[in-house]
Design a protein around this ligand. Structure first.
Ligand code: HEM
Length: 514
């Protein structure tokens, strides 16, 4: 006990020295055209905005929204003990500059140090040659013909299984967690197509990844994580071990299936299953690029898995959440899908619908609904870049070397300046022109998929997947909430819904009662 008290005092002493060093000797003021940037309300003399960052993420989102309302497009400075000086940008012109100057605004040491345990040297956590090589492998995986197999073969298969599961739940009148249902679809899909493996939403790996993502986010929120984690991080360590073991399993499995597929390629005929032909194509190209470096292949594979699977499942979850509150929008989706597929009331059970025909081109309103969901619930709600060298933003803000640039997509997407007075309302119509075409926004205006050379590689895949799933679910089912009040997200690098989305399932006007 005495030892603990002694070490506690030592930590406190160290902390005091660190804070004084940071704030009295080091923290530079960032200026715009020579004038110091404004600071947000409640910035404390020594802790700066640090205490605020310790709050639950929903409160943090609200704080960023409040700042956007107060500062509009004006860049402001934030300070958090132990972090380099930082600014928050809201102006799309500044963001465009950040996107265009990837060489200046990189992931940086700050981001990498905090997320290395989770992402290793995977694409999300590296710059330069390692990034380029992984991006190339990803581009090959997400080519047009693989995406066609995804929409025509793989997704209808896993979506069909989800429909069956929901029909059973409907029959039992039992509650179903739709977040798990969507996670199961994307887990199976990515598992099969990218890694030629069976993956599920409740695998140990998934649970561990979920935990580790929350713990990594806490590092970003808690500036003293390196002080607290040795005492509180045992579960985090366990989760990281599970993740690493699974990563190596993916690689070992791929090495086996690679040999097998090379054996088979000589005998395969034109009738071979299209899905089996593309299965594992991502991991196989990673094996080729990083031959012999198992850890590297594993990091790359796990990064793609987390980027491609969780984001889409979460976006679908928030979409149905919003549709349960906006029946008018669900009805319009149904009308659009019925017009495109010719289904008559009480006729569709899922088996006979060609869900592959549900595409962003054939269903613009459904696509607009997906975009409107992403606007209000962006799966990656915060972004961080670090200046590799001093730079000046278009608004005149001079950023010293190593300073941090934050933008909060969640807050930017609610800006009344850029989205109008009804920015807080869920209104898919804002995404459609008068003649029903989809409105396009630049990446800087709508940074949900990032932008510049690091634009999300899976944007097209996400759109194809989401439209097919939303159209099918809304056509067949009517969901009602089995929870009270508002749903919020839990701590994570992405936007999972806390405690899932428990619902009751009934047939829609077009689905068949079980
Ligand atoms: C609604 C779904 C999705 C959203 C909102 C989304 C959003 C994003 C964002 C914001 C980034 C930048 C992250 C950062 O580095 O700071 C990103 C990167 C990335 N995304 Fe997505 N994503 C989605 C789906 C997908 C899918 C389905 C894939 C397929 C595998 C994917 C693959 C990637 C990859 C590989 C990167 C890293 C790109 C790079 O650094 O060059 N994403 N995504």
């Amino acid at each position: 006990m005495a030892l603990l008290e002694g070490s506690g005092l030592a930590w406190l002493g160290l902390l005091g020295v660190l804070l004084c060093y940071q704030f009295i000797l080091r923290a530079p003021t960032i200026r715009r055209n020579g004038v110091p940037l404004r600071k947000p309300p409640n910035t404390l003399p020594i802790a700066g905005n640090g205490i605020l960052f310790l709050q639950a993420r929903q409160k943090l989102f609200s704080w960023f929204v409040k700042c956007e309302k107060q500062f509009g497009d004006e860049t402001f400075q934030i300070s958090v003990p132990t972090l380099p000086p930082g600014v928050v940008i809201n102006d799309p012109k500044n963001l465009e500059y950040v996107f265009k100057n990837e060489g200046v605004f990189s992931k940086g040491d700050f981001f990498k140090r905090l997320s290395r345990d989770l992402f290793g040297n995977g694409i999300i956590n590296v710059d330069g040659e390692l990034w380029k090589a992984q991006r190339k492998a990803g581009l090959a995986f997400l080519n047009t013909s693989n995406l066609r197999v995804l929409t025509d073969v793989a997704l209808p298969r896993y979506l069909g299984q989800a429909v069956k599961h929901l029909n059973e739940k409907m029959h039992d009148e039992s509650v179903v967690d739709l977040q798990m249902v969507f996670h199961e679809i994307t887990s199976q899909l990515m598992g099969k197509m990218a890694y030629d493996m069976e993956m599920h939403a409740d695998d140990d790996f998934t649970v561990a990844f979920d935990y580790a993502s929350g713990a990594t986010t806490e590092r970003f929120q808690n500036p003293l994580w390196f002080v607290t984690e040795p005492f509180t991080g045992s579960q985090f360590k366990k989760a990281l071990n599970t993740i690493r073991t699974f990563g190596l399993e993916i690689v070992e499995n791929a090495a086996k299936t690679h040999d097998k597929s090379q054996d088979m390629s000589s005998t395969s005929d034109s009738n071979s299953d299209r899905l089996d032909e593309v299965s594992g194509s991502l991991i196989h190209s990673l094996l080729e690029v990083f031959a012999g470096d198992q850890k590297m292949v594993s990091d790359a594979a796990l990064n793609y898995l987390s980027a491609g699977r969780d984001t889409v499942a979460q976006a679908l979850t928030w979409c149905i959440y919003l549709l349960m509150q906006h029946k008018r929008v669900a009805d319009r989706i149904r009308e659009e899908v019925v017009a495109a597929s010719g289904v008559s009331p009480r006729a569709a059970s899922g088996d006979e619908i060609n869900t592959a025909a549900f595409t962003p081109v054939s269903l613009p309103y459904t696509t607009a609904t997906f975009y409107e969901t992403l606007r209000l619930y962006p799966p990656i709600p915060f972004e961080i870049k670090q200046c590799e060298k001093a730079s000046t933003l278009p608004d005149g803000t001079h950023l010293p070397e190593k300073s941090i640039v934050f933008w909060c997509t969640w807050a930017m997407n609610r800006s009344k300046i850029h989205w109008g007075d009804d920015a807080d309302s869920f209104r898919p119509e804002r995404w459609l022109t008068e003649d029903g075409k989809l409105v396009t926004k630049s990446a800087a205006e709508f940074p949900v998929f990032n932008g510049g050379p690091r634009l999300c590689l899976g944007k097209r895949m996400a759109e194809l997947l989401a439209v097919q799933v939303i159209a099918t679910m809304v056509l067949l089912f009517d969901f009602t909430p089995a929870y009270r009040g508002e749903r919020v997200s839990k701590s994570s690098l992405t936007l999972p819904m806390k405690d899932g989305l428990p619902c009751l399932v009934r047939p829609s006007r077009y689905g068949t009662p079980s």
